[in-house]
Design a protein around this ligand. Structure first.
Ligand code: 5AD
Ligand code: SF4
Length: 484
């Protein structure tokens, strides 16, 4: 695990103690909610929708659980360990509840969807159970739970995108923000519980995405990350145009809001990312040169069992295409070790595809069987846990080697960095990211600069996860500072 957290075994214990930035006067609320988020970026974005809905109902956010009238836990089901962490937290909250009659606890998100009424019936752990498509019903559910009724809504929707709800930015640095562009997933990777917990894929109204990004820019934000389980399959039909808006079209229109607004996106499925998207990235300096391209395994046989719909060779050709069209692009991946029937040869193929792709970093996991998934129904989880973990440590060692190599290549280069805030380690240093999504730390220097400014930084050293540099004396292209 690295200091910047960049190259990590996915941190599902990341305990987002989310709180509102109090854009509205906090004293205007007589009641308070506390929300904790686990899992993917999408969950963190959903908590901001929930915060907006609760604000409308007169609940203000608090970061102090003790003063809360409502506690919500936005949960993740992707691996068993993620669920265990949440369960432990729910037990903590039940103890708080015993001391404070009237306090209501709700479970939101993927675990709510997966376990449904079980939470209310067998375990009596919580008062409310709300699935990812049911947040609009929160006000009614809070009322029902308050009057002692069963409060549950886990209906999945074919069209809910919360398009009209303006998220309340929680725990925000005021510079970077997530924007959901679609929900659900139609892919049915055999190991994955997401299609069951988040439902069918649907794309959000392009106009509302554009408005949200424009508003963010006007409020001073300088980077948006477009979120979806599979952004490349975004398509939206409006009443005006005959052809649907594709992801490449959407990316381009957001890039055109201002050259000073950076655009990122996640996640790309290797089978769906198109040349059109790659050419759009290459055309706009402010579309960040970074692609998260989960590989999952390097073995064609395993990929087939995973239902990933591409082969090892096909993935490698996609990497070649990225390098050809966007030569300065960084690539990261998700990797699973020890999937059903995986042999040492399959595992060796995963290690070799990592070397081929030269990932800048990866999120690495060992396989965790999830009830109800295709793999759980079809295949035996037959790789012993110690083998899964040993293979995972080999994958991590390979990634560490690749990250070091990639970072060493950055030494001596000058990058445009968007300042996100002070470095955690020293208030004399700024912390930001380059277009390739690498964390860059550098001394503030004499000139006054602020969060949200772009600055050229020359990289002098690196740790495994962070580039260390100094403000470049000679700016490579002064104009570019203004025009992004
Ligand atoms: N076991 C281990 N890792 C999983 N992922 C999804 N489902 C599982 C599972 N059952 C990983 C995949 C995915 C990432 C978000 O989580 O690598 O891309
Ligand atoms: Fe899960 Fe595959 Fe969909 Fe990703 S693309 S959410 S891994 S089913």
């Amino acid at each position: 695990m690295l200091d910047s957290g960049i190259n990590k075994v996915h941190d599902e214990t990341r305990q987002g103690e989310a709180f509102a930035p109090f854009a509205l006067d906090p004293n205007q609320y007589s009641k308070r909610f506390y929300i904790e988020s686990y899992g993917c970026q999408m969950n963190f974005a959903d908590s901001e929708i929930v915060a907006s809905i609760l604000n409308q109902q007169g609940f203000g956010a608090t970061r102090n659980v003790e003063e809360a009238d409502l506690i919500f836990v936005n949960t993740c089901s992707i691996r068993e360990k993620a669920e265990q962490t949440v369960r432990k937290r729910l037990h903590d909250f039940r103890r708080i509840k015993e001391e404070k009659p009237g306090l209501l606890v709700g479970v939101l998100g993927c675990m709510a969807e997966r376990l449904k009424a079980k939470f209310l019936e067998e375990e009596k752990l919580v008062d409310m159970v709300v699935g990812p498509d049911a947040y609009r019903s929160l006000p009614a559910l809070v009322e029902e739970a308050g009057s002692g009724s069963r409060a549950i809504n886990v209906l999945l929707s074919r069209d809910e995108t919360y398009a009209d709800i303006s998220p309340v930015r929680l725990d925000s640095n005021g510079v970077t923000a997530f924007v959901s562009i679609m929900r659900g997933c139609n892919n049915m990777c055999s190991f994955c519980v997401v299609p069951f917990t988040r439902g069918r894929e649907r794309s959000r109204d392009a106009g509302s995405i554009l408005r949200e990004c424009t508003d963010l820019f006007q409020q001073g934000y300088r980077e948006v990350t477009l979120l979806g389980q599979n952004v490349d399959s975004y398509h939206f039909n409006d009443d005006i145009h005959t052809a649907p808006v594709t992801f490449a079209n959407l990316l381009e229109s957001i890039a055109q809001i201002s050259p000073l607004l950076r655009v990122r996106f996640s996640t790309s499925h290797p089978k769906d990312i198109t040349d059109d998207v790659l050419h759009t990235m290459a055309r706009y300096d402010n579309i960040c040169k970074y692609i998260h391209l989960p590989v999952q395994s390097g073995s064609t046989r395993i990929l087939q069992m995973m239902n990933r719909t591409y082969t090892r060779e096909w993935y490698m050709a996609k990497v070649d295409r990225i390098r050809e069209i966007v030569p300065d692009c960084s690539i990261s991946a998700d990797i699973i070790t020890g999937f059903c029937t995986e042999t040492e040869e399959d595992h060796a193929e995963t290690l070799s595809i990592m070397e081929y792709a030269g990932y800048d970093y990866s999120y690495m996991f060992f396989y965790s069987e999830r009830p109800g998934t295709l793999a759980a129904r079809r295949y035996k989880d037959d790789v012993p846990e110690d083998v899964k973990k040993r293979r995972l440590s080999e994958v991590i060692a390979m990634q560490n080697k690749l990250s070091r190599e990639r970072n060493r290549f950055d030494i001596g280069q000058t990058y445009k960095v968007l300042i996100e805030g002070e470095s955690k380690k020293s208030k004399d240093d700024w912390m930001g990211r380059n277009s390739q999504n690498k964390v860059v730390v550098f001394p503030k220097g004499d000139q006054p600069r602020a969060k949200g400014d772009y600055v050229w930084v020359k990289v002098n050293e690196c740790t495994q996860g962070t580039l260390l540099g100094e403000i470049a004396v000679e700016q490579p292209d002064e104009q570019a500072l203004v025009t992004a």
